[in-house]
Design a protein around this ligand. Structure first.
Ligand code: AGP
Length: 606
């Protein structure tokens, strides 16, 4: 998705903007641009990568204030002209924008009738012309921006500069993230902390409706009513090194390989060996409240939703509370009944996914109690929730989620253990789960050691036109996540089904050309799963089984054997071979592993 970087301070802005834009590349984009202010505005923008932009920025491109952007096309094709920044006709005002202006056509017609000359097909350009029309008679750039934004219907994160006010940048947020970075006599802003951590760890997140003025010596924030707001800076614990590939060929492989450590970080300090319970201080709930819920409803998008399905299963099994998961993108549109005795849990790695954020806001409006399971500290979803659990998995750069997925499942195990132990879960079962959780990092290492075998399997199956993923009950969300990983990074078509549903329709797809990945843990459903494998093999289907034992060659062509844990926790481990399978299939097919086509890391639009 689009990215924004802004700088004001004593240094040359262009190298800082280029570095910041490079840090946002993982979000997905098709063009890039920047503008600096130095006795007028100087702009460069190109269709292509940040490297292409750097190549057209001359060495002497002086200016200590500027804004930059990576664009993911919505209005108008990827092109130099449609790339941001956009300038007013008199080249006084420059704007970069993330989001969608819904009434852009109507505003454009009015502005053109009033003499504005448009040079792009974008919705953003209307903002440059609107601000230019008010800036003359406004006392400040901030006032001109506020006046222009009143005419906008839609979502935005914006950064604006005015050639006649070379000491300030104005940024504003409504539905698209903006975070300020506080430096030593310099200020930064970006759409993602990734662009800032090289320069500062002190950040301030803008809320929807807020606007900020940045100058080298500080910043001022204003609410929707134009009154100043007081903001406390937050220290982020992510470092620039987190955004390097660390010697791995791809971020994705690095992030898969980090999982022993990231799972350990999610667990750290949260398991109580005396009472066999999890301590989750961020829940902001005492034991009485924890006992009061009669249902748990989990929402998230994509892989976050699938990890929520694992979470629902864990909560039902360990806490015996009815629980289910639903895509946040559906939940928010169906006017859900919000019940006071339901605990709502929103999941998001980025904490900025628009559909999930909107669902949380709708829940809050209707009085729902919402917990967040979120990776990004201080993100919009984390701020909106009543409490929650941070994953502490470190930034996830690759578009496909891996370490955040496993850490979310672990966080759900902690939540389920907590809710279970203040209800009916026995100390013995509590201890069993605590011990199982502690075994996870070492067992993940054992699975990672299977990489050479999984790579061979990926090479063998990567040429399939389509693959089926099946699992039963605890195995079903694992199958869904496996199919999701394969399709998003290798572009191989993949379907996930409950194994029990196969004979109700999708069995018709099975044949030698459609291999099946079957999730077959050693649980109470083992025999049923083996029967399903027999049904697939009887139709000539090839089977790759992922489970706790090797199968009879009559039932499976290949097996990946992972270590056993407690049956409730097995889904976490069973997911990891599927991440490696997708990764190596994508590499074998020559895909852009970390930035798959058409996808973005944070989906901050509807
Ligand atoms: C996962 O591989 C995908 N990139 C995607 O499904 C992602 O999980 C989803 O968009 C939700 O993102 P979030 O966790 O940042 O909210």
């Amino acid at each position: 998705m689009c990215g924004i970087v802004a700088y004001v301070g004593p240094k040359d802005a262009a190298p800082i903007l280029l570095e910041g834009l490079a840090r946002l590349e993982h979000r997905g984009y098709d063009s890039a641009g920047l503008v600096v202010s130095n006795k007028g505005l100087k702009m460069r923008k190109v269709k292509g990568r940040v490297g292409d932009l750097a190549a057209v920025v001359p060495a002497r491109f002086k200016g200590t204030l500027g804004i930059g952007h990576t664009r993911w096309a919505t209005h108008g094709a990827p092109s130099d002209a449609n790339a941001h920044p956009h300038l007013s006709t008199d080249e006084r005002v420059a704007v970069v924008h993330n989001g969608v202006i819904e009434n852009a056509d109507e505003l454009r017609a009015k502005l053109e009738a009033d003499g504005a000359v448009f040079v792009s097909e974008t919705d953003t350009e209307v903002l440059a012309h609107l601000i230019a029309r008010t800036v003359e008679e406004s006392d400040s750039l901030e006032e001109a921006v506020r006046t222009a934004l009143k005419r906008i219907v839609g979502t935005y994160g914006i950064a604006v500069i005015d050639a006649r006010r070379p000491g300030e940048v104005v940024v504003a947020r409504n539905g698209s993230p903006i975070v300020l970075g506080i430096g030593e006599k310099e200020m930064f802003a970006a759409s993602d902390v990734a662009a800032l951590v090289r320069y500062t760890r002190q950040v301030v997140h803008l809320e929807d409706g807020e606007l900020a003025v940045l100058r080298a010596d500080g910043f001022t924030t204003f609410g929707g009513d134009a009154r100043e707001t007081a903001k406390e800076p937050l220290t982020v614990d992510w470092e620039a090194g987190h955004y390097d590939t660390g010697g791995y060929e791809h971020y994705l492989l690095k992030e898969i390989s980090e999982q022993p450590e990231t799972v350990a970080r999610t667990l750290r300090g949260r398991l109580d060996d005396r009472f066999h319970i999890a301590h989750l201080g961020g829940l902001n709930m005492d034991a009485r409240e924890s006992r009061s819920f009669r249902r748990v409803k989990i929402i998230g998008c994509g892989s976050a939703y699938y990890s929520g399905q694992i979470g629902a299963q864990l909560i039902e099994e360990l806490a015996r509370i009815p629980a289910d998961a639903e895509p946040a993108s559906e939940f928010r549109y169906r006017s859900p009944v919000v019940e006071p005795d339901t605990l709502y849990v929103a999941i998001s790695q980025s904490g900025e996914t628009y559909d999930t954020l909107a669902a949380v806001q709708e829940l809050k409006r209707k009085g729902g109690r919402v917990l967040g399971i979120v990776n990004t500290v201080g993100s919009a979803i984390a701020r909106e929730c009543d409490g929650g659990v941070y994953l502490h998995a470190g930034p996830e750069v690759s578009v496909a989620s891996t370490k955040a997925f496993t850490s979310t499942a672990v966080a759900f195990a902690l939540l389920a253990l907590h809710l279970g132990r203040v209800r009916d879960l026995s100390p013995a079962d509590g201890r069993r789960i605590c011990e199982g959780l502690r075994r996870l990092p070492r067992q993940i290492e054992e699975i990672l050691a299977l990489e050479p075998q999984i790579k061979e399997l990926a090479d063998k199956y990567a040429d399939a036109a389509s693959m089926m993923f099946v699992g039963r009950v605890r195995g079903y969300p694992v199958a869904r996540e496996g199919a999701q990983k394969l399709k998003e990074i290798s572009y191989v078509h993949a379907e996930a089904y409950p194994a029990s549903e196969l004979k109700h329709g999708p069995l018709a797809l099975i044949g030698p050309e459609t291999p099946t990945v079957a999730i077959v843990p050693d649980d109470e459903l083992l025999d049923k799963n083996l029967t399903t494998l027999g049904e697939i093999r009887a139709r000539g289907g090839r089977v790759l089984m992922v489970g706790h034992r090797t199968a009879d060659p009559k039932l499976a062509d290949d097996c990946v054997v992972v270590p056993r844990n407690e049956i409730e926790l097995d889904p976490i481990l069973l997911t990891i071979p599927l991440q490696l399978l997708a990764y190596h299939a994508a590499v074998a097919l020559g895909r852009d592993v970390d930035k798959p086509r058409n996808l973005a890391k944070s989906v901050t639009v509807e």
